[in-house]
Design a protein around this ligand. Sequence first.
Ligand code: PGA
Ligand code: ZN
Length: 389
Amino acid sequence: MLIKEVCARIVKDSRNADTIAVSVNGAEWASSPNGKSTGDYETPSYHRSLQWCVDFLNAWCDEISVSKFEDLARVEKAICKNADLKNARAFGANSLYAFESAVLKALASEQGKELWQVVNSKNRKIPFPVGNVIGGGLHSSGVADRPNFQEFLVIPFAKKFSDNLKIMRFVYAEAGKKLNAKLVNDEGAWLVSSDDETALSVLNSVRINAEKKFGVKIGIGLDVASSTLFKDNHYRYNTHSHSLESQFSYISKLISEYNLRYVEDAFEQHDFVSFAKLNKFARKKCLIVGDDLIATQYNRLVGAIRTNSINAVIIKPNQNGSLLELKKIFDLCRARKIKTVISHRSGETLDSGLADYAVGFGADYIKCGVATKWREAKLNRLKEIEKKI
Ligand code: PGA
Ligand code: ZN
């Protein structure tokens, strides 16, 4: 395939914020989401500005030939040359991801393949979904007495993705009823006035009922998103503060008490040492997940593996931008037995490409919410892929 025509434009995400959408050779549009609880180490979203990147892509006239995933290297080389950049990521994570994704969508259409097959047609594993049921923190701003933790998560472990989807939706509906919740937050999770442990107990009791009803193992977990709580060397909760040491005791107590299977960003984004301590404590029974800690950067992942700080990592395509680097990250995780959790952002578009990347890259888990049309676009696409496989 020759890249003949590139169209770029500004579109709105689920929070009504601007983001970029790109189409190559008239094929399906690809777009990037936006984060809110962002890490310090993420690749900046745009070189110069969103408008500059849109104009740059609309003026594209290099007829590059692309016939397989690895040929994205040619696209990255051309970006560096044309925009005078040292590496393609400097073009901006949102603009690079949308462009590369649009190239792959065009290639899939020309070759009569599915998007995930263009990434790797041999990977056929459908990831376990990690669903955000109850919300708090930065994604639920505006609610008095909201939980401090950003996400209260459910992970059903049925063999079939379609069964996991049913279970996740059941848990979501039941938790909403118990909490008398009516509204949802940025990620479609229930917006509640509740303290952390009440929300956790409700989710745990719903989990126990759902395990009985479906006869399937179900885990629960948290995204603490603790970088957003960390000020002046302390974790600041609504009613109290934790020092570095007491944050460790608190989180490890919650892991034991609620049998948590998943804890993301239990410590702020520089603290590899506390992560390593928790990872040792968890002894593989709970996923100790780095999000802001790694920010989908290869070098930070290498550091976290060296220090034994995590046993799982969040991978957000638009925290990095380069799909080639994403592949390197997945390969390293597989080699070092680090579980991979491909993830949406809080400000999403209707692009379902994340589901295809989950399968193509062979992700172990996908975190893309439970409810609202932006999250359902990815979940329904995975259901469709499962049917075809
Ligand atoms: P973000 O948060 O998309 O707002 O950055 C998601 C997360 O912290 O997992
Ligand atoms: Zn997170």
